[in-house]
Design a protein around this ligand. Structure first.
Ligand code: UGA
Length: 455
């Protein structure tokens, strides 16, 4: 079987990762984006964001001549038979629904340029109903004689593990309308299935209608967000009952029906996906008349936000500062915040709980110094008013309180005895429950975790 040629429209995090990994699987791939700077970086062999392993794959596949990038949609139309839409679907101005402007722009630019039968496959996370709308758009804009079709195949990749998640996905889901689209989509993933076969694995292919494929993605993210907020709700109860949520999570996680993943209590979830997706999902369900079914997601969101505020109150408690009607007063205190990325192994600071906590501490009057191993440039851009440090030691120097806000290995493995020699007072808030309390207490620190009794 000759492999179809693929285009990826939008070379942000999703599109660039897919384009590079599918070239690695042996496909001829073109990535298209209207952002000239992104295309220049990728063409020059530089991934414009932090994702472990991706730079090497980019350079290797550029050198092999299988991978190219362009700002011209005509290049995608001329060179590929399967076009993946990978553009962003940010939160709308109303703070709830998804903005589909970029999806519309990508389809509007591509469809009239297509010269042969082709499949347009949506990958972006969208409100249910979008695939049918894209289909109507394509019917209006593409030459009707060509039989251009639409399919929807959501992605499930996690930042920090994206290369693995694309090369070795745990499933492929596709909403298709015809046997032709089904076969072409299978051919477009042949590399993934072949790799699995050589490793004695199987990748399930779940073929659905459009609406189900769209819903699978948001349902999966809603479930993950709910699981995190569930354990954070338990953390709240543990705090007033004097129990330890880490032991609780471990104990319930042994039940295979519950499972031990995504039960890490802490500052809660952030990033460009979970917070935005649960809001857009609620907005869409409301539009469809099923708002009540997802009302619990509002609670999931509230629990998540409350965890960020918990740090502020713990800080006041540890520093012995008063809590007035306007909240804690931390003026004149010096606080080191370790971590800016929304999770480790990423430089993404979108809706990062760490930066939100840092901003809240600063708003309460603390002199905050933030350090992150990868996300400094993005953090400075997102929160220019915060104080920043160039290194871990620089951040904790003379600090009266250290807050671990992202569980980077550099912080988990830091020696509390060494850090203890640098700070003004040995107080630590473990916002991700990623440190060993006993080790820190032995080194003379006052330790407070999330949902745990004081150590
Ligand atoms: C998430 C999903 O996990 C992916 O499957 C999905 O494809 C992706 O969104 C997307 O929609 O594109 P991602 O945003 O990369 O992936 O991050 P996660 O690993 O899910 O973490 C999300 C947040 O939850 C992070 O802030 C993390 O610190 C937090 N988290 C995670 C917890 O607080 N506790 C946990 O136990 C797990």
């Amino acid at each position: 079987m000759t492999l179809p040629r693929l285009s990826f429209l939008g070379t942000g995090y999703l599109g660039a990762t897919y384009a590079i990994c599918f070239a690695e699987l042996g496909y001829e791939v073109i990535g298209v984006d209207v952002d000239r700077a992104k295309i220049q970086a990728l063409t020059g062999g530089r991934v414009p964001f932090h994702e472990p392993g991706l730079d090497d794959l980019l350079r290797r596949n550029l050198a092999k001549g299988r991978l190219s990038f362009s700002t011209d949609y005509a290049d995608a139309a001329n060179r590929a038979e399967v076009h993946f839409i990978c553009v962003g679907t940010p939160q709308r101005g109303d703070g709830m629904g998804a903005d589909l402007t970029y999806v519309e722009q990508a389809v509007t630019q591509l469809a009239p340029l297509i010269k042969r039968r082709a499949l347009i496959v949506g990958k972006s996370t969208v409100p249910v109903g979008t695939a049918s709308w894209v289909e109507q758009l394509v019917a209006k804009l593409a030459d009707p004689a060509l039989g251009v079709e639409v399919a929807w195949s959501p992605e499930f990749l996690q930042e920090g593990f994206a290369v693995e998640d694309v090369l070795r996905p745990n499933r492929i889901v596709a909403g298709v309308r015809s046997a032709w689209a089904n076969d072409l989509l299978a051919a477009a993933h042949k590399g993934v299935f072949d790799l699995a076969a050589t490793e004695d694995r199987e990748v399930p292919l779940v073929i659905t209608d459009f609406a189900t494929a769209e819903l699978v993605k948001v349902a999966a993210n809603a479930f993950l967000a709910t699981k995190i907020s569930f354990i954070n709700a338990m953390a709240e109860v543990c705090e007033v009952a004097g129990a330890d949520v880490t032991q609780l999570a471990r104990a319930i996680g042994y039940d295979p029906r519950i499972g031990n993943k995504f039960l890490q209590a802490g500052l809660g979830f952030g990033g460009g996906c979970l917070p935005k997706d649960i809001r857009a999902f609620q907005a869409r369900a409301q539009e469809l008349g099923a708002g009540e079914a997802l009302r619990f997601l509002h609670e999931v969101d509230l629990i998540n936000t409350r965890r960020r505020g918990r740090v502020l109150h713990l800080a006041a408690e540890l520093l012995g500062r008063p809590v007035g009607p306007a909240g804690p007063d931390l003026s004149g205190t010096r606080v080191a915040v370790l971590g800016a990325a929304f999770k480790p192994n990423s430089d993404d600071v979108r809706d990062a709980p760490s930066l939100a906590a840092a901003a809240a501490l600063a708003a309460a009057g603390a002199e905050v110094r933030v350090y992150d191993p990868q996300a400094m440039a993005n953090a400075r851009r997102a929160q220019p008013a915060l104080g920043y440090a160039e290194s871990l030691t620089d951040a904790v120097n003379e600090a009266e309180l250290v807050v671990v806000a992202t569980e980077w290995a550099e912080f988990r493995n830091a020696d509390p005895a060494v850090l203890g020699g640098l700070v003004a007072a040995k107080r630590v808030i473990d916002g991700r429950n990623c440190l060993d309390p006993a080790q820190w207490v032995r080194a003379g620190w006052t330790y407070r975790g999330m949902g745990r009794p004081p150590a």
